[in-house]
Design a protein around this ligand. Structure first.
Ligand SMILES: *Cc1c(COP(=O)(O)O)cnc(C)c1O
Length: 409
């Protein structure tokens, strides 16, 4: 533009009505009308799975809902509230900020942080009533002194290392540890716990060793007059498979979300998966034989196929390692994902030929696609995907929860 033209445009701007976008009106456009992909979380499944845990434990046993990593990708505040309303009494998170998010979401139940944060985070723990796990004297003292400064108690759970060797005071050292720190009057031992490395595995030898070490540690505390508080060790797998280790509380994690920890539990309990992943088709094309699709053009059209695009990519949790190896569901029928999965989009193939009695699919822009979940008689599970990738469904659930909006039903 010449200077003349610029000033003319400026003058025009002043004359023209400035468009007014009402932020409240804009906010009314739902996330699923902004981008055609979403995670659906079935809260009745969460309720059901809490009920399953409740049916496995004694009424007097506490039920802790593990809602770390945004409730395994399902949305921590909604899941926590639902779980607490349907029989859970306690919550666990992995980070200080996850605990704060729950408090800001008006969640009032006891929250335990499953590790020790930096001592500099102690004021946050106290302000938001998040109980840390403790296993170093330095942290214990720093946390207690901070509590003293505010004239309040410093509640915590003692983490015992019985063999997983991740965190915790070694099982044969718990009495020494408590003697070392318990001079500090603010410290309150609310619970004592350990974590199993093999509760979901076939053999029971290593599991048995951990149980033995844990019960020894608990007895040792009691013998010297230290009340271990709430004794807990069972994760989902142990809750289902080993009733003898329920103690005072169980920590219901992945099975809260309807996922099994091993083949064996499938015949023992009936869980309902809470997460499904959905999208709508954003573009379609019929592709001449031998034309390629997506980065690298690794997939080549065999002819007579329609290539459809959905706005879901690896940044949404659809792991790129699944490229060409997972199925989607359209109109109750499995279709093949093809071509490399991109960051924000990917493509799938629909065979346009008719043979036998097979119904011809002809999907259109706007049609719904199931990426994880059930439609008609077809099912794609997180387990299927995890097996193909050589990982576990936990990781995939977390990943799908990171960018996709959540729709609660
Ligand atoms: C994550 C976690 C759990 C939950 O385990 P699931 O296998 O998901 O039931 C329980 N306890 C601790 C300490 C954890 O870190």
């Amino acid at each position: 533009m010449t200077p003349d033209e610029t000033s003319a445009a400026g003058a025009q701007d002043e004359q023209a009505e400035k468009p007014v976008f009402d932020p409240d009106q804009l906010a009314l456009i739902p996330e699923t009308d902004r981008r055609w992909s979403w995670v659906e979380v079935d809260l009745s499944a969460i309720r059901h799975n809490v009920g399953v845990a409740r049916s496995l434990i004694k009424p007097s046993t506490r039920l802790l809902a593990v809602v770390k990593s945004d409730a395994y990708g399902h949305g921590a505040v909604r899941v926590a509230k639902t779980a607490l309303q349907s029989g859970a009494n306690y919550l666990a998170v992995a980070t200080v900020d996850e605990g704060i998010k729950l408090r800001e979401g008006m969640v009032g139940a006891p929250i335990v942080l499953l590790s020790e944060p930096p001592a500099t985070a102690a004021p946050l723990l106290l302000a938001y009533k998040i109980m840390p796990s403790i296993y170093t004297p330095e942290f214990a003292i720093a946390y207690a002194e901070k509590a003293d400064e505010y004239g309040i108690r410093a509640p915590f759970h003692l983490a015992v290392n019985t063999g997983m060797n991740r965190i915790g005071v070694r099982y044969d050292n718990v009495v020494d540890f408590m003697r070392k720190v318990s001079f500090h009057r603010a410290l309150d031992l609310v619970g004592t716990f350990t974590h199993f490395a093999t509760a979901d595995c076939e053999g029971t030898l290593d599991f048995g060793i951990q149980v033995k070490r844990f019960t020894e540690a608990i007895s040792a505390l009691r013998e010297v007059g230290i009340d271990p508080g709430i004794v807990h060790c069972a994760n989902s797998a142990a809750t289902v498979r080993y009733p003898q280790v329920h103690f005072d509380m169980v920590r219901w994690g992945v099975s809260l979300y309807g996922l099994h920890t091993c083949q064996e539990t499938r015949s023992m309990i009936n869980l309902k998966p809470a997460m499904s992943v959905h999208a709508r088709i954003t573009d379609t094309r019929t592709l001449p034989m031998s034309e390629g699709v997506s980065y690298g053009l690794n997939y080549r059209s065999p002819g007579s196929v329609k290539i459809c695009t959905v706005p879901v990519g690896y940044a949404d949790g659809l792991n790129r390692g699944l490229s060409g190896r997972t199925d989607f569901i359209v109109d109750g029928t499995r279709v093949r994902q093809v071509g490399n999965i991109c960051m924000d989009q990917c493509m799938f193939e629909v065979d346009l030929r008719t043979y036998g009695t097979r119904r011809r699919l002809d999907p259109q822009i706007g049609d719904e696609v199931v990426i994880v979940g059930r439609q008609g008689d077809s099912v794609v599970t997180l387990d299927d995907m995890a097996n193909k990738l050589g990982t576990i469904h936990y990781e995939l659930a977390c990943a799908f929860g990171m960018r996709l909006p959540k729709v609660y039903v």
